[in-house]
Design a protein around this ligand. Structure first.
Ligand code: SF4
Ligand code: SF4
Length: 241
């Protein structure tokens, strides 16, 4: 039986889940939710959330503070004083499961960071590395935040889907980092951030002739600053919004 079956889902309680813009767009589109229903910004002054892997965004109301764009957490229904991902569906504790059982309420649309836990790509990007279960970031706290009850086995990870999920996750976080770079050149208020994201991602598909045209490229470069040439067209409209 895979470790997740019958687990109380400590991973969905202990960690801030960083999002990419693509995660946000997918959840909005497929579930009909507003940005404000599930997205928050978590201050990350020590870098413990980003861990050098996900981008920081800055906002004028707290100009010194880096933020990570994350899923909201709500109060747990059955484990008082603890928090959980707002999409985690909990069942009440019973004798066999003193912390209850829980499942993801958006499993098919869950964010990239959730899809790949607890794996990563190796240095050359051709193997899936099954990570040791990491220490809970809330270690020593409530047992609700304890992670997997045992180590995972390699045969419990889908060898095809896991590679595809990791490659997409790596790509989308790299793309989101470029968006952060454009945003942070001239940060605007948190209130307009969803509109900015919408503009960026709605311009992700363009005609070849528009991308190749010289005037458009010059205009985009002026709007976005020093971004890689092949990405300038993707963020220019959003950055200028
Ligand atoms: S804590 Fe580990 S075993 Fe439990 S749901 Fe999360 S990944 Fe699965
Ligand atoms: S989106 Fe689903 S898998 Fe991810 S933290 Fe929330 S409940 Fe867990």
């Amino acid at each position: 039986m895979a470790p997740c079956e019958s687990c109380h889902a400590g991973c969905c309680r202990a960690f801030a889940v960083p999002l990419t813009g693509a995660d946000i767009m997918a959840i909005q589109r497929r579930l009909g939710l507003s940005f404000w229903d599930f997205v928050c910004r978590w201050a990350d002054p020590t870098g413990k959330i980003a861990r050098g892997r996900v981008p920081h965004f800055f906002f004028p109301d707290a100009p010194e503070s880096p933020f990570v764009i994350c899923l909201m957490h709500f109060d747990s229904l059955f484990l008082p004083g603890t928090m959980k991902c707002r999409f985690l569906i909990e069942c009440p504790p019973d004798d066999a499961h003193p912390l209850g059982q829980a499942r993801c309420g958006i499993y098919g649309t869950r964010p990239s960071a959730c899809r790949v836990f607890p794996t990563k790509l190796n240095a050359t990007g051709d193997l899936v590395v099954l990570c040791n279960v990491p220490p809970s970031p809330r270690e020593g706290g409530h047992p609700a935040y304890d992670l997997c009850p045992r180590e995972w086995e390699p045969n419990e990870i889908d060898p095809i889907q896991s590679v595809q999920d990791l490659v997409v996750t790596k790509y989308e976080f790299a793309f989101f980092a470029e968006i952060a770079r454009a945003w942070n050149q001239s940060p605007r208020s948190w209130e307009v951030f969803p509109e900015f994201l919408h503009l960026v991602y709605s311009n992700r598909v363009q005609r070849e002739s528009d991308i190749d045209s010289e005037p458009a490229a010059e205009k985009q470069a002026a709007a976005t600053g020093p971004l890689p040439t092949d990405r300038q067209h993707l963020v220019s409209n959003g950055a200028a919004a």
